[in-house]
Design a protein around this ligand. Structure first.
Ligand SMILES: [Zn+2]
Length: 235
């Protein structure tokens, strides 16, 4: 059996992805791993989700410390190599590089849980990273028009102009005057629910530009679970 077949799911603690692998083992193992940075948990079949959750809560300090340490190290270390895992909509996707003779422009496509990246020549890390970024952008681009249409209509706002970019500290932003919103490409790594939540948040700014009480009334109305979503996303 392929190792990746043991993977059951990805949970999140704030910004930390937690990969839960169910295995025929005696003890649970927790380790921080790279590419991408995540806490990998190998859990015996007999241990319940609640017990895993309990462990994560109990060892939160350890997890946070490890995360910070590894994050610092990983910031210069993401290599996007053959077999590395990236996250797409909250699920792991493995990178597979294929050389296609004579191919001029690299391209990539999803096949099950693999992202196949084809190119005529070996790509360097900058090119690999750029392709993955473009892939994330295209994924967002394919979902956003319908999400924006549905929720703009529901909220009674005109569909705004929109764009995507990489942002360090924000998941989205809204220019109230220009009626334009920006969304962070990093959202493609998270559950799609998070993208929808951020879209609703930014659309709400078309009604209320600030974060005053009226803003949260709008959120209550159009995204009743915004509090737990915000907590999960730390937004
Ligand atoms: Zn806001």
């Amino acid at each position: 059996m392929n190792k990746s077949n043991t993977l059951v799911k990805v949970l999140w603690r704030g910004e930390i992805p937690i990969e839960i692998h169910r295995k025929a083992i005696k003890n649970s193992y927790y380790r921080m791993k790279n590419h991408p940075l995540r806490l990998e948990c190998s859990i015996p079949y007999g241990v319940s989700d609640a017990e895993v959750e309990q462990f994560l809560v109990l060892h939160d300090e350890w997890i946070q410390k490890q995360w910070q340490k590894m994050q610092h190290r990983a910031s210069t270390e993401i290599m996007y190599e053959q077999g590395d895992t990236i996250l797409l909509w909250g699920k792991p996707v493995r990178l597979e590089f294929v050389i296609v003779e004579g191919m001029r422009k690299p391209s990539c496509y999803l096949r099950e849980n693999h992202l196949i990246i084809q190119s005529g020549v070996l790509l360097n890390v900058t090119q690999r990273e750029k392709l993955v970024y473009e892939f994330y952008k295209n994924e967002m681009k394919s979902l956003l028009p319908s999400i924006l249409t549905v929720h703009s209509k529901r909220m009674g706002v005109t569909i705004p102009q929109w764009g995507m970019k990489r942002m360090k500290t924000r998941w989205g932003s809204c220019n109230y005057k220009a009626k334009r919103i920006w969304l962070n490409v990093e959202l493609a790594k998270r559950d799609q629910q998070m993208l929808i939540y951020v879209v609703i948040h930014e659309l709400a700014h078309l009604l209320v530009p600030n974060h005053g009480p009226h803003f949260y009334l709008v959120m209550d109305r159009y995204c009743p679970s915004w509090k737990s979503l915000r907590k999960e996303l730390k937004y």
